[in-house]
Unconditional design. Structure first.
Length: 475
């Protein structure tokens, strides 16, 4: 294996106001370019070979890992012209943002894939503050694994940072994993491997933080720091902790929560968490950011690196809550009830499912690279799982009848977690992606207030392409 350190090797204003009034042609002429194409990055530690990746960049700068951070305030417009320099079609999904259906980027459902050499204009308002991200949504099981992901940060309309009890500074921390060969190249032979897809997904052997497997996050003693954590891996669930630091959770998947102490954060693929830490270390010291690589094998993947400067005055008292901005009024008494039954995978009991309109046994499904099903259908997209009138509360029971965990993501909406295995959820957090353990039943509910056709799928991206996907329509 490549010479990797233990920390990297894992066991497995006014101008904007007039923009909407301008003709679309005039707006497009000044739209910033989000170029996607081949690039190189130092994924393995310094001294090892560069890795050929696919990356987001701009018209004037090369692609980076992760892609360039896009940062706006709530209520502001995001405009990017995707320019495809890949040898494959692609599309961009703006994960977690409640936007117009036509801008969602779900290739094959909300837009046609952008062919090599072509462009597509994304133009939408980011309504809600929070930590989001953008990534490929065409052949995402391969394209995200090659590097196509970046952070999308929507700041509060009125700044939270710097207020009494709030953080003094913030930092985006984007995690992902890579499956590398000894040469440092991405291991490509396993792309599309049904054996990975039928198990836990295509797990990598190197974790990076902000594109580095030896990342050091510079902090100052005494400051109160907001960390925006993003799991951009295609399959790896990441339990996280920071040694010798207490953390306060303030948001999940972009949605504020009442501040609560947390010693460990567990992020399924696509999930995000905002935490606040008081930097109590000494100048010049370091503290490890740890990931559980599996079976309680904790590995350092980055470090908080304290500067040598004198400590700044510490902030006393509890962490200030984030402002609650989303209206999630739910009418549970008159809710439309739906169920998503997850079946299949290795060590599962599924005997067969419907594929291309035909009942197929498990051997036939595997031959077609389908190993999972929702409600007895192995990824067919001809009909929706359900339809709901606009404004209706929808209550969905997610029933995981498999031997593997799944991260279920709803496009275009946030939902409230009601129960787990029949027991009321302790916090009733609102999310866009929920972790569902093997044999677990999770009940969620959301207000179907965003019209259009929306994907519902597992964000273990190999599971998605191998059958664990469907869609719903809001009228």
């Amino acid at each position: 294996m490549i010479s990797l350190t233990r920390r990297s090797l894992l066991a497995s204003a006014s101008a904007a106001l007039v923009i909407p009034a301008l003709p679309r042609v005039a707006r497009a002429a000044t739209m910033p370019v989000l170029f996607v194409g081949p690039a190189t990055a130092q994924i393995a530690p310094d001294g090892n070979n560069l890795t050929d990746v696919w990356a987001y960049g701009s018209e004037s700068s090369a692609g980076t890992i992760p892609g360039p951070e896009i940062r706006v305030r709530a209520g502001e417009r995001v405009q990017r012209r995707l320019s495809n320099g890949l040898p494959q079609p692609t599309a961009v999904h703006w994960h977690g943002i409640r936007i117009d259906n036509a801008m969602d980027g779900a290739a094959g459902l909300t837009q046609d894939p952008v062919q090599p050499g072509d462009t597509f204009d994304y133009d939408f308002i980011a309504p809600d503050p929070g930590t989001y991200w953008y990534h490929s949504h065409d052949r995402s099981w391969e394209q995200v694994a090659r590097g196509l992901a970046g952070p999308l940060i929507v700041e509060e309309a009125e700044p939270w940072t710097g207020q009494d009890g709030a953080a003094t500074r913030e930092m985006t921390v984007m995690l992902t994993d890579w499956r590398l060969e000894a040469s440092g190249a991405i291991e490509e032979a396993s792309f599309g491997d049904i054996r990975d897809w039928a198990h836990g997904g295509r797990l990598g052997n190197v974790v990076t933080v902000n594109g580095r497997s030896d990342a050091e996050l510079e902090v100052n003693a005494g400051e109160r720091l907001r960390l925006r954590l993003i799991n951009a891996a295609t399959a790896r669930i990441m339990p996280l902790r920071i040694e010798e630091h207490d953390a306060t959770l303030i948001a999940l998947d972009g949605h504020p929560v009442a501040p609560r102490a947390t010693g460990q954060i567990v992020l399924a693929p696509a999930q995000r968490a905002d935490i606040v830490i008081d930097c109590t270390g000494k100048p010049g010291s370091k503290a490890a950011l740890m990931v559980d690589a599996g079976r309680n094998q904790w590995v350092q993947v980055a470090a908080l690196a304290y500067s040598d400067t004198a400590p700044v005055p510490a902030i006393e008292g509890p962490v200030r809550p984030l402002p609650m901005t989303m209206d999630h009024a739910l009418d549970l008494k008159n809710a439309q009830r739906e169920e998503i039954l997850m079946e299949g995978g290795a060590m599962g009991s599924m005997r067969g499912a419907r594929l291309n309109g035909v009942e197929s046994d498990f051997r036939q499904l595997v031959a077609a690279k389908r190993a999972w099903a929702f409600n007895g259908i192995a990824g067919d997209m001809e009909n929706p799982a359900f339809r709901a009138p606009r404004g209706r509360t929808v209550h969905v029971t997610l029933r995981n009848d498999t031997s593997w965990p799944h991260g279920i993501h709803l496009h275009g909406h946030h939902f409230e977690i009601l129960t787990r295995n029949g027991q009321p959820d302790a916090y009733r957090d609102r999310r866009d992606t929920v972790f569902v353990a093997p044999e677990e039943v999770v009940e969620i509910a959301f207000n179907a207030d965003n019209p259009g056709k929306w994907l519902l799928h597992c964000h273990m991206l190999g599971h998605q392409v191998a059958g664990m996907r469907t869609w719903f329509e809001v009228g």
